[in-house]
Design a protein around this ligand. Structure first.
Ligand SMILES: Nc1nc2c(c(=O)[nH]1)N[C@H]1C(S)=C(S)[C@@H](COP(=O)(O)O)O[C@H]1N2
Ligand SMILES: [Mo]
Length: 199
């Protein structure tokens, strides 16, 4: 990331190869939340992965911070058509949390403090494609952007990046989450403009 293409400067942003079709660039960081911002203290906070067999592994806040983390810089794309380049985060890779849990699940449902849900293929959460992030721009993630911690899955529309994430439930079945039930796409690839069911 952060690659500057020679000759790019000054071209219309519609030509920017880093901006998916139908998106425009924003410098701000808009807040998009369905309901009120849940206020979860790091004392109360807990994150868990639950397999299709009901096996549950959980982490307290100090336990999350003790895991290997990485800084990553990614472009994000909201289905409401804003994209933001080079956002800087710190977090723990999802595969670090899944570890050697015994699972043959193909899907995951993210459950959040506040009740939001979103579904993703488990494969899209692995191999350095997704993180439980707790820093943004070098600072603790603010509550409105999902703090204490949120899922970040930059290669899918940003509604898949569950804020205030509390649990990842691994399952064999691709059940729709909150926006997917309301007609948004099950997968949500911004490069294929998968905004709504049927796209
Ligand atoms: N828990 C929860 N996560 C959520 C949402 C939400 O309403 N609740 N909105 C989603 C949508 S539609 C987007 S675009 C991003 C917005 O993240 P931001 O508010 O940090 O920009 O969070 C996603 N994750
Ligand atoms: Mo969104």
């Amino acid at each position: 990331m952060g690659v500057v293409t020679p000759g790019f400067t000054g071209r219309a942003r519609g030509d920017n190869p880093r901006v998916p079709p139908g998106q425009y660039l924003t410098e701000d960081f808009p807040v998009l939340s369905v309901g009120p911002t849940p206020r979860v203290t790091t004392r109360q906070w807990e994150f868990a992965v639950v397999t299709e067999h009901g096996e549950r592994r959980s982490w307290s806040w100090p336990e999350l911070l003790a895991l290997p983390s990485e800084k990553f810089t990614v472009d994000i794309h909201c289905v409401t058509q804003w994209s933001k380049l080079d956002t800087r985060w710190r977090g723990v890779r999802v595969e670090t949390l899944i570890g050697d849990l015994d699972t043959a699940a193909d899907y995951a449902m993210a459950h959040c403090y506040g009740g939001y849900t979103t579904n993703l293929p488990l494969a899209d959460l692995l191999d350095g494609q997704a993180w439980i992030a707790y820093e943004y721009g070098g600072k603790p993630l603010t509550p409105e952007h999902g703090g204490p911690a949120r899922l970040v899955v930059p290669h899918l529309y940003f509604w898949k990046s569950a804020k205030w994430v509390r649990e990842l439930r691994l399952t064999g079945k691709d059940d729709p989450g909150f926006w997917e039930t309301a007609g948004y796409h099950d997968y949500g690839d911004p490069w294929r403009e998968q905004r709504y069911q049927g796209d």
